[in-house]
Structure formats: C-alpha cells, structure tokens
Design a protein around this ligand. Sequence first.
Ligand code: ADE
Ligand code: ZN
Length: 337
Amino acid sequence: MTEVTREFIEGLPKAELHLHIEGTLEPELKLRLAKRNHVDIGQSTIEEVRKSYQYDDLASFLAVYYPAMNVLQHEQDFYDLAFDYLRRAAANNIRHVEIFFDPQAHTSRGIAFDTVIKGLRRAVVDARALDVDAELIMCFLRDFSKESARKTLIEAMPYKDWILGIGLDSDEHNNPPLKFARQYEDAAAAGLHLTAHCDIDQKDSIEHIRQALEIMGVERLDHGTNIVEDPDLVDFVAKNGIGMTCCPLSNSFVSPVMKGDEIVELLGKGVKVCINSDDPAYFGGYVNDNYRALAKEYKLTREQVVQLARNSFEASWISDEKKALYQAQIDAYVAKH
Ligand code: ADE
Ligand code: ZN
C-alpha cells in the first residue's frame, strides 16, 4: 500500500460541492467586517470569537452560525467573503466549486437578495483569474416556511443564469424535504439542478433520504451517510449515479466520529461519494484538511483518495467535456506522482 502523503493530497486536482459560503467567515474577516459596518457581535478579539465556537450537534452549531452573519451588510462584504474563500480554494487545488448560499439568512434581517447575489457573483467571475471555476447553489432554509421558500425562488428568477441549482439546509429536525416538494418541482422546471441536505444521525434520517431521492428527484445528497442503514437506497444511489457530498471534519463536530466507515463502505459500493469542507471556518479546516484527516484516521489507500477526487468531478454539474478534462488532469497527476 502506498502511503498517502500531505503533498500528494495537496497537489491533487479536486472539486468542492458542499461548501456554505457563510461558513467560510473566518474570525479575522468577521471582526474586520464588524468594525467596518459598526456591528456589535459581542466579541472583539480572535480568541473571544474562537471561544464562542461551542457546539456538539447541528442545532447548537446553527445557534452560533446565524448571528455571526450580521456582519454581512453590503455587496462588498459578500464579495470579500466569497473571494477570500476562492483564494483558499485555489490554494487547495480546487479546480471547480459549487458554492451554497442562504439568501433567507440575509433577507430575513433586511438585506436585499440583490445585494447578496451581486457580491457573490462578482467574486465567482473574478475567480476565473485564479483558475477556479465557481458556481452558486441557492439553499432554502428548511426551518423557514414553504411560503418563504416560494418567495425566495420568485426573487431568484431574474438571476437564474447565475444560479446552477438549489439546495436545502439548516435545522432538519421535523423539517422533511417533502415540505418543499412544490418549490423543488418549480426549480426543476426552471432548469435548476437539485440537491438537499440529509444531515447525519437526524430523527427520520432514512425517511428524509427516501423522500429526497424517490419523490423529489434530487441529483445529489449532502451528507446522507445514514443511507448505509438501508441497502435498497444504497443500491439506488449507486445505480443512478447520485453524488454524495460528505464532510468528515464537520461530522466530527456534530457526532463523535467522521463517519469514515460509512464513506469507505459507500466508496467500495461504487457510490459517487466525495469529500468537502461544509463550513470550514467553523469545523477546523478546508478541503485538504478533510482529505488528510480522513486518510489518516481510516488509513485510506492512495487509490481510495484518488477515487474520492475523481468522484468530486463526476458528481458535479459540469459538462461531460469538462469532466473528461479534469479526469485527464488527475490521470496526469497520478502518473507523475
Ligand atoms: N448550514 C450550514 N451548514 C449546514 C449543515 N452542515 N447542515 C445544515 N445546515 C447547514
Ligand atoms: Zn452543509
């Protein structure tokens, strides 16, 4: 077995498909924006910000995560947030990224949809200069009403060309995917791709995964590793080429483990499972940190690591031509190392 080195992981071309832009708000930028926008966040040093990061499940994480967004006020703030992340993505050898954003987390506190998307879009365009191919996925907050999701989808329509797909995130407890069945249908009719969070170890995890896959027709599952409890659903995702975007470090914050056994099992069954960073400023690292932690803890082979990177492109929503191009880049990298 060839050892998987830090250098090998760092240089490997990758895609990132599960990344919340609001979750890339590093303490330094948070404090800088708080000052620039005269927003009191209750902390004034990096140490104080870091000390406030106390969570051990999804709900306690979200309780820290949303209030911090108050520092994001102007189009330039959203640009700075996104461009900072995209610089890090380039340094992680991420060639393609599909970025989640949560418009309702901003419109609900009086920031216009327009302000959010214009800042993010400008960063996405500028990322071309970094050789990072970036796209946006708009998420509905599942703990908000379906009427709010409907309004958000209508607001998004003039910007449809800037949005690759829709997703579903936030607190899953008693908020099943089916609550948004109609919005998913409308989004699909508008030509948008579909994905949804099925967070780990939730009440009704399997039922939520089933709804997302069998009723709403999602093309990917975000997290979703509880699927291993249902062999028929595993068979379904393997046969239908459904991508699964896993986030080992994030998992280790909201559960005792990274869910590496499940990831390895799914990989072995031919599921397009891939590795992502979720909310890297809050969960201890970016994509390379996630690959490294998983490879070390679960003693992954080089072949498994390469397959995870291949899957990240295969599960993405780029053209077949682009997929072939990125797979050739991985071939060349593997041959050289
Ligand atoms: N919002 C940001 N990160 C999330 C996650 N991992 N699950 C649900 N909602 C989120
Ligand atoms: Zn997530």
